[in-house]
Structure formats: C-alpha cells, structure tokens
Design a protein around this ligand. Structure first.
Ligand SMILES: [Zn+2]
Length: 340
C-alpha cells in the first residue's frame, strides 16, 4: 500500500515536470486527483481491506502523498506561468518599421470649389453672408420682382413647405435681406443650397449649390459687372479663358445677360463637353432691377448695382471634367478621393 502511494507521487512529480501547457497540466490533475476514477482515489479504495491498526498510519501517508502530488502540480503551474511571462518579454518590436499611413479625410470638391470662389470675392473686399434655406414667398419672389401671377414662378418648380413658405429656389432672397440689414454701399457673396422640383439626371438635381454676387453703390455700371465676372472666370478657369455676355431676361435684373466662358477642352473649336458650341453657359447676370433696390430700401435714383449667380456644381464639373452631377452626392470613395 505504501509503495503504491510513493510510486504514484513520484510518477506525478516526474510527469508534472514534462507538461508543456495548461491543458496537459489539467489532464494530469484530473487523472490523479479526480473524485471519480482518479488514481489516488483508486489507491485509497484499498483502505477498507487493511487491518484496523494499520489504517491510521496509512491515512497519514496518504495525506503526505496527496500533499506531494499537489505541490508537484503547483510547481508545474508556476513553471508554465513564468515561461509565459518570459516569452512575452522576449518579443521584440522593430520601431523603425514603416507604419501604415493613417487615412486622411479632405474637403469635398464642392467645398474646395466654393473656397476658390470665396477667396476671389474676399480679395476684392466682399463680405460673405448666408441666409435661410426655408424662405417666404415674399423674399423668394415678390421682393425679386416676381409677382404672384407671374409665369416665372411655375418655371422655378418650387418646393412648398407651408402656406407662402418654401425652400428657396435661388440665393437671390439674400439680396433684399442684406440691403435691408446694411445701408449702401454693399458688396456681398451669398453661397448656399437651393432647391428645384427637377427630375434627377446627369445634369439636374433637386438640391444644388449656387452663389450670388451683389454690389450696389453710386455709379456702378454694367462695365463693372463685365470686369468682375471676366476676372472671376479667369481666376477659376485660367488666364486664357474668354467670357461673353448674351442678352437675356430675368425679372430681377435690367438689363440682363447670360454669361458664357470659352470651352477649355476644345479652346472654342467645339467639342462634346460644350456641345459643339465652343462656349459653356455659366449663369445669369445683370444690373439690379429698380424694384429690387426699392424692396431693399435703397433709392434707385441714387444707387445702381450688379448681381450675378453661378452654380458651384457647374463650375466644379467644368474645371474637373465631371460629367454627372449625381457623383457629388453619391459619396463613392473612388470619386471623392480623387480630389483629396
Ligand atoms: Zn468644347
């Protein structure tokens, strides 16, 4: 009996020195100390067959053997834990290895385009003002010399959000709002979103960005408008670009003109981008209508001014050869990251 206990303890001690991981150690512990079928339990099961006077001595030796087994297992557990620490300390890092570059965001191409426009206006002393996108009919139409029965209201394809309340169809409401807020002279740039009830296709969106330039002072003439717009187009499209003004009609300017810029792709010879015309339409311009000046509280007998509005998407498309307005809002990384 004693021999079996001593042999078991010695065997466990030897095997504990050999285990390579926690799993092997657990298996060894269960095989020896397990309540059911553990080898120590099997040896102790022979206790009942011993003569009464030998039982106490056997019990003492059994406890000794169990303590020795547990010490062996604990020793193995510590050995494995120490080895794990040593292993983690031995790991080396190459601090000179190139890190993966962090993914950097960038301004959207429309914002970059607007910044170029804004810096041109700022360099000429213009203030930048923003206005509400939800407008009243009065500021969007009446104040801009478009009365209720005027067919131009239908042409604007307006989103109404309530009685006499709408999503502005142009940035022009800020002309009158600004004139009412500031005494003349005034020189402002109004950038922002505008809304039209247009069907979405490659050239039309129901929300897009415009900017509006307005200058009112004594003695402002159409020549000032032409000079300013021509300079702006050169700043945006390059020194070689030519501009032309075609007579047109808007309710809020008189006289009015459409502004074209010579096509950069074909240098005016005609190509697919410009539809063979050699010119690209940029937007509308003109001298502020006396009714609009009056709505802003300015005396049209004393003050004159010019105004023009261009689409920011349009400029970005022409400058970057973008052929579909929907690309701006689809946020496809393949598109957006070209302009990072
Ligand atoms: Zn062309």
């Amino acid at each position: 009996m004693d021999d079996k206990l001593a042999a078991l303890a010695a065997e466990v001690e030897a095997r504990a020195q050999q285990v390579r991981d926690e799993r092997e150690l657990d298996e060894l512990r269960t095989s020896v100390l397990g309540r059911k079928g553990g080898r120590l339990s099997q040896v102790l099961a022979g206790l009942g067959k011993l003569p009464k006077e030998e039982r106490a001595e056997f019990g003492r030796r059994a406890n000794e053997a169990k303590a020795r087994i547990e010490a062996s297992l604990e020793h193995a557990r510590r050995r494995l834990a120490d080895a794990a620490v040593e292993q983690s300390l031995a790991r080396r890092y190459d601090v000179t290895f190139d890190a993966l570059p962090p993914h950097r965001g960038s301004l959207h191409i429309l914002r970059q385009t607007l910044e170029d426009v804004a810096s041109f206006f700022r360099s000429r002393g213009f203030a930048i003002v923003m206005g509400p996108e939800v407008e009243t009919e009065y500021y969007n139409f009446e104040a801009m010399n478009i009365p209720a029965d005027h067919p131009a209201r239908d042409a604007m394809d307006t989103f109404y959000v309530g009685p006499r309340t709408l999503l502005r169809t142009h940035t022009s409401p800020m002309q009158v709002r600004s004139m009412l807020a500031y005494p003349p002279p005034i020189a402002i740039l109004v950038p922002g979103k505008v809304y039209r009830r247009d069907a979405l296709d490659a050239r039309h969106a129901f929300v897009f960005h415009q900017f509006e330039g307005l200058q009112v002072d004594r003695g402002v003439t159409f020549a000032h408008l032409k000079g300013f717009v021509t300079d702006l187009c050169r700043a945006l499209y390059g020194e070689d670009r030519r501009t032309r003004f075609r007579p047109s009609y808007f309710q809020f300017t008189e006289p009015s003109a459409e502004v074209d810029v010579s096509c950069a792709v074909c240098e005016g010879r005609g190509c697919r981008t410009c539809g063979g015309a050699g010119w690209l339409e940029m937007g509308g311009a003109g001298m502020v209508h006396p009714h609009v000046l009056r709505a802003g509280g300015y005396d049209p007998e004393t003050y004159t001014g010019w105004a023009f509005g261009l689409g920011i998407e349009r400029i970005a498309m022409v400058r970057n050869g973008i052929d579909d307005i929907r690309l701006f809002t689809e946020n496809d990384p393949a598109f957006v990251e070209q302009f990072a």
